[in-house]
Design a protein around this ligand. Structure first.
Ligand code: HEM
Length: 354
């Protein structure tokens, strides 16, 4: 298969990840037989980083910054924007009841902790709300909490900010508060590249390599290296397309693997056709990485999540009438699901990151 075909995401989706990887390298070897990549419509300038233009009829659908969809109406305390749940049990108590465990609980289907780690990575490709630090809704820790109440400093609150309101919403019962998705709603490896030009500019290596920046040891770049955090204590934290990259070591590892995969592809593409510009190399590698993420998701992750019998229908082409945006219901409940699915493994966290 030629690189041109590989850049068609519909074809990439149908391949196994091993096949994509070997085809990507083999294709790069024949890339010089192809018309210049810049002439191919799906590569010119690359797909917009913010996900614009996926739906030709409504270019904004699924793009970064658009409001989350609602499958059911909101239920604010005042019907407009005030947080609900005043009479409900404490969040941390619910979390402990559902997620607390002693000892290992192996998954019935033999899935390892890698399953939730990939789920987290995938979720970070899909949704993130703008946080509003001015609207704190910190969660009180009740006496006797099995973890936090035992901390020497008391640890009496879990810091929590509300998601920011979409400007102009939350003004009346007829116009209740809405929240927006800060990143693209598509499985497009935005966790590698970001969802804005500014984030991408931070991450790209200079010159014509088409590569992403690295740090010593072929690791992700750091805050200190890029000079983007005013607090020295954060200098060692890693930087990637998604701000949650440091949440736990499994996630950071996966982010690193995808960054390295981009660079591996970029090197192979450049070796096959040294005349390509850095932009052409970059966007060709980016297309393939997005295709790999889709292939893993649809061919391996979702069948395990949904079960083979209840798996997805085969892909039969783009349906213009479907809004690809992320729903509030998906965004809000994914943690409940994964809090349960990740119970079988020990988590390794970076101390002091969150
Ligand atoms: C050890 C495991 C995890 C830790 C420590 C963790 C921690 C966090 C933290 C601290 C945030 C807030 C980030 C910020 O505001 O900048 C966050 C957000 C988020 N996490 Fe996780 N998380 C974990 C696992 C997961 C998993 C398994 C999923 C999904 C399957 C997930 C999906 C999300 C999403 C979608 C958000 C954004 C929430 C929003 O925008 O309102 N996380 N996580």
């Amino acid at each position: 298969m030629r690189l041109r075909s590989l850049l068609n995401l519909r074809i990439v989706r149908s391949l196994t990840i091993a096949a994509i990887s070997s085809v990507a390298v083999a294709s790069a070897a024949v890339a010089s037989d192809l018309p210049p990549l810049g002439d191919l419509p799906f590569v010119v300038g690359g797909r917009p980083i913010d996900g614009m233009g996926n739906n030709l009829a409504d270019p904004f659908l699924g793009s970064a910054g658009t409001a989350l969809l609602r499958l059911s109406p909101s239920v604010y305390a005042d019907g407009i924007s005030a947080m609900a749940g005043a009479g409900r049990p404490n969040t941390r108590v619910i979390s402990n009841s559902i997620g607390g465990q002693v000892g290992s609980m192996p998954d019935g289907n033999g899935l390892s902790g890698f399953f939730w780690a990939f789920g987290q990575l995938l979720d970070h490709d899909l949704d993130l709300t703008f946080s509003n630090p001015a609207e704190q809704a910190n969660i009180p820790i009740l006496p006797g909490d099995p973890l936090y109440d035992a901390l020497p400093d008391g640890g009496k609150l879990v810091p929590f900010n509300r998601s920011a309101a979409v400007a102009g919403t939350g003004t009346s019962a007829g116009n209740p508060r809405e929240q927006a998705n800060e990143i693209t709603s598509f499985i497009d490896a935005s966790f590698v590249y970001g969802s804005s030009d500014a984030q991408l500019a931070l991450l790209r290596a200079s010159g014509d390599s088409g590569r992403l920046l690295t740090s010593a040891g072929n690791l992700l770049p750091t805050n200190g290296q890029l000079g983007i955090d005013s607090e020295a204590r954060n200098d060692g934290l890693r930087v990637a397309g998604d701000v949650r990259v440091n949440e736990n070591a499994a996630l950071t590892s996966l982010q690193t693997i995808f960054m390295r995969e981009h660079n591996r592809l970029a090197d192979a593409i450049k070796a096959a056709d040294p005349d390509l510009t850095g932009d052409q190399i970059f966007h060709a590698a980016r297309e393939i990485v997005a295709g790999e993420m889709q292939a893993i998701t649809y061919n391996e992750f979702l069948p395990m999540l949904l079960g083979q019998e209840k798996g997805l229908e085969p892909y039969n082409g783009y349906i213009t009438s479907v809004n690809p945006g992320i729903a509030q219901e998906f965004h809000t409940t994914r943690l409940s699901f994964f809090a349960v699915s990740k119970r079988s493994s020990r988590q390794v966290r970076f101390r002091g990151c969150f």
